[in-house]
Design a protein around this ligand. Sequence first.
Ligand SMILES: [Zn+2]
Ligand SMILES: [Zn+2]
Length: 281
Amino acid sequence: MFLGSHMSIAGGLHMAFQHIGAVEGTALQIFTRNQRQWKIPALTQYIIDLFGVAWEQWGDYPIAAHDSYLINLASPKEEQAQRSRIGFAEELRRIEALKIPYLVTHPGSHLGEGVDAGIERYVANLDRAIEDSGTDKAMVLLETTAGQGTNLGSTFEELAAIIDQSTHPDRLGVCYDTCHTYAAGYDIRTPEAYAETFDAFGRIIGLDRLKFFHINDTKNEFNSHKDRHEHIGEGDIGLEGFRCLMQDTRFANVPKTLETPKEKDLKDDVRNLNTLRELAK
Ligand SMILES: [Zn+2]
Ligand SMILES: [Zn+2]
């Protein structure tokens, strides 16, 4: 079982391993840069080596990086789209240099242009960023979104359309966020609802595309299209939904990380991870 959390890189990329080790996590997500700034500092060989050594000491466990929140590859404003392409290509180069296999990303916002036009623009910019990056392994994981505002990617059909229209489908997968999908109208609270949701995912996208999970409960009600994460079992989804997921053998080897609130002492992560480990039994 690969189960862990998103961890801070304050003090250096390698610091994430200290945090994930402290909560005995076996899966990790990080930002590889300050996610709220366009500026990306250069990755030196020293930083790469330090990261590699710390990863080895932690163990043979999976890592995903999450890209910057500023990036919007679906933007109809060419200046923002161009900045996003440059930033996204650089994020891909960074993760490939660090040997991180996955870059998790939200599939952009169409900003009023409509879903179809947004997807078309998103795919064109995504494909170009992949090509411009010069990378050949790093995979992009399209994260399921809550469907707030004009955000794309809140339905399985939209994610499937992106994969279908891309000229690089072999570089694309999906990251399933339990809070976002629930907010988008996919229920997992009961075994029946859970089965129906993943039947739909399998039919529309294909379960083999599902490479990573974000395990979050939610502060908002079903189908709210709002994205506010809550501790496991303390939100609207509740323990039963997470039990279904943790016991699903189809996803036994798919990495799962928390993105739930926490303080510096990481006690909330310890508690949430223990809850999930119990549910997996
Ligand atoms: Zn995300
Ligand atoms: Zn997420």
